[in-house]
Each structure stands twice: as C-alpha cells, then as structure tokens.
Design a protein. Structure first.
Length: 330
C-alpha cells in the first residue's frame, strides 16, 4: 500500500487528508505544531521541515509527499525558500515522490489567459519567493534528485478557507447578514478554485507518471465575474433580494491603505489580480487526464462552502478594507 504524507494542515492540507482518508489510504500529516484535528487513523508527526535532517526523519516511510504548508503571509520571502529546500531534501532522503501545491503568483501581472507556459514575471517579493520555490522544485527534478510535480490553483474558496479574497470577507460576512467586501473591480471575470477539487487534483498528480517534471493548473469551476460569484453566495445563503450590494475597494485605495496598514500592505502586491480579467486556463490538465478529476460546478461548490460557514464559527474579517462608500466600485 502506498503511504501518503501531507506537509501542513491548512485548508489545502486538510482537504488532501480528507480525500486520502475517504479512500482508505495510509496517511501521515507533518506539522510544526500539535494542535491539529485529524480524522481517526491518520498519523501525526511534529517537525520543522525547513531543517533538512528533521524533514528526513519526519518523512520516513512515505511514498508520496504533498507539500501544502506555507509560512505566515508576511514572511514568505524569508521563510518559503528554506521550507522548500528542507522538503526537497527530506523527499530525496526517503526516495519519495513530491507533489507541491502552488498558487499563481509567480506569473506576475498578466493580460492574457493564464496558461502554464507563461514566463515567470513576478515583480513583488511574494511572487519572487514563489518563483524561487518553483524553480527549486523543478531543478531538483531535472537533476534527478527527486521525482516532482506541481499543481497550481487560483484564489481559494471552500471549507476552512478563511483568509482569502472570498473567505471571511465574502462567505463569512454573508452568513452573518453583512455585505460582502471585495478587492478591485467586481465586474471583471476572475477564476476561483474550490479547495476540495484542488486536493483531488494533487492526489491524481502524485499517482500519474506523466505528471512528473511539469506544472499543472488544476480544474476550476466556470469563471464568472467576482460580482456574479458574490451574488451566487448571496443566493446560496438565502439573502433577501433587496439586500445584495457589494462593498468594493479599488486597487489604488488598497495601495494607499497599505501605507498605514500592515495587512493591506501585504496584499497590495497582488492588486493587479483584481484590476484586470484574471482567467485561468486548465485545459492542459483536462486534456492529459480526461475526466479523472473534474471541477465541482460553481453553484454546488458555493452551496457547500456556505454550509460549512454556517456550521463553523465566523471569525472577524482578517483585513479591514477601506472604501469610499458602500456600493460597487465599477
């Protein structure tokens, strides 16, 4: 039996664990902390895998390692590359296969559909950190040190996803009877990734030899405008017809707010995602793997996310977005 090891227990890591556990697979989770809630039968190991020696010990017995961990958002440039090096060293030491969960930051500002053959053109520190990490993984694969593949997702939504562009600020606000708060121009098309779909795609990539040595955009639901996405959330939550309005922060306001707010300063680098169409092309994955993993229909995925938020305590919105007035910015 294949032994699967998941690094990190955030929304993506937990979704991978749930998928593996539902199949009855032998699953291990490695985190830096002990306060982790896992399904019965899933083994937990505590380790700081930025340390290559610690990673080698923690990964003992693993056949496939899923790198789903990430440092605190404001420390990516300092901590993400050492984390990636440690994971690569641990995978090499135990002769496992590596599957890395990534986002799209390394491409930088784009004005075309986002495909895997775009150059890495990030100009900000977080995007450059993601670029470095992706190159570390593929360089290790090409050098024959490890077998590796990468799955890339757009902005997340789904169970446990709180600190995203449509986390607490959209789903959390809506189930509390508040207006959703969004970044940029809500009328523009924007691809969002449902985390359970991301998890299933990562597991598939780890099972298929033809996935090795490449990056793959995982299947996404249909792309709609952020405005349409929010209205679907309102519909799923049963919001009264006269309620739906969106509080939107233009990109310039986020940048100005970043001068006085550390939280806004951290997201200002990514304002470009919400000031132009941001459409992800996942055709490479679909053409290579057919219907082995398909995206959950958008309305169904939104309904499941609303249900999770209703069953779990809503937290304060992690970032207070400044707006000139209530209503849609465009």
């Amino acid at each position: 039996m294949t032994t699967h090891l998941v690094v990190g227990a955030g929304p993506v890591g937990q979704a991978v664990v749930e998928h593996l556990h539902s199949r009855g697979d032998d699953t291990i989770v490695v985190t830096r902390h002990d306060d982790v809630s896992l399904p019965d039968g899933v083994e937990h190991r505590r380790a700081n895998v930025s340390d290559p020696d610690a990673a080698a010990v923690a990964f003992d017995g693993a056949d496939v390692v899923y790198q789903c961990a990430q440092p605190p958002y404001d420390q990516w440039p300092e901590l993400f590359p050492p984390l990636t090096r440690g994971v690569i060293a641990g995978v090499e030491a135990v002769d496992a296969r590596l599957v890395v969960a990534e986002n799209l930051y390394m491409y930088g500002p784009v004005d075309v559909r986002i495909t895997e053959n775009l150059p890495y053109a990030a100009t900000g520190p977080k995007g450059k950190a993601r670029t470095e990490c992706a190159e570390l993984v593929m360089d290790a694969h090409e050098a024959g040190r490890i077998e590796a593949t990468i799955g890339r997702a757009s902005d997340f939504f789904g169970p446990r996803v709180r600190e995203s562009a449509v986390g607490e600020m959209v789903f959390g606000a809506t189930v509390q009877g508040k207006r959703a708060r969004v970044l940029g121009n809500p009328r523009l098309p924007h691809t969002y990734t449902y985390v359970p779909d991301f998890a299933r795609a990562l597991v598939l990539l780890g099972e298929r030899d033809e996935a090795l040595g490449e990056a793959w955009h995982v299947p996404n639901p249909e792309t709609v405008s952020t405005r349409r996405f929010v209205y679907l959330v309102y519909d799923a939550a049963g919001v009264a017809p006269d309620f739906p309005r969106i509080i939107a922060a233009p990109g310039w306001m986020i940048s100005v707010g970043g001068l006085v707010s550390d939280e806004l300063g951290e997201i200002a680098e990514l304002r470009y995602e919400f000031e132009a169409p941001f459409v992800v092309d996942d055709s490479k994955f679909r053409e290579a793997f057919g219907g082995a993993v398909t995206a959950t229909p958008l309305e169904e995925a939104i309904e499941e996310t609303v249900a999770w938020y209703r069953d779990n305590e809503v937290r304060e919105q992690p970032i207070e977005i400044p707006t000139g007035e209530e209503g849609e910015s465009a």
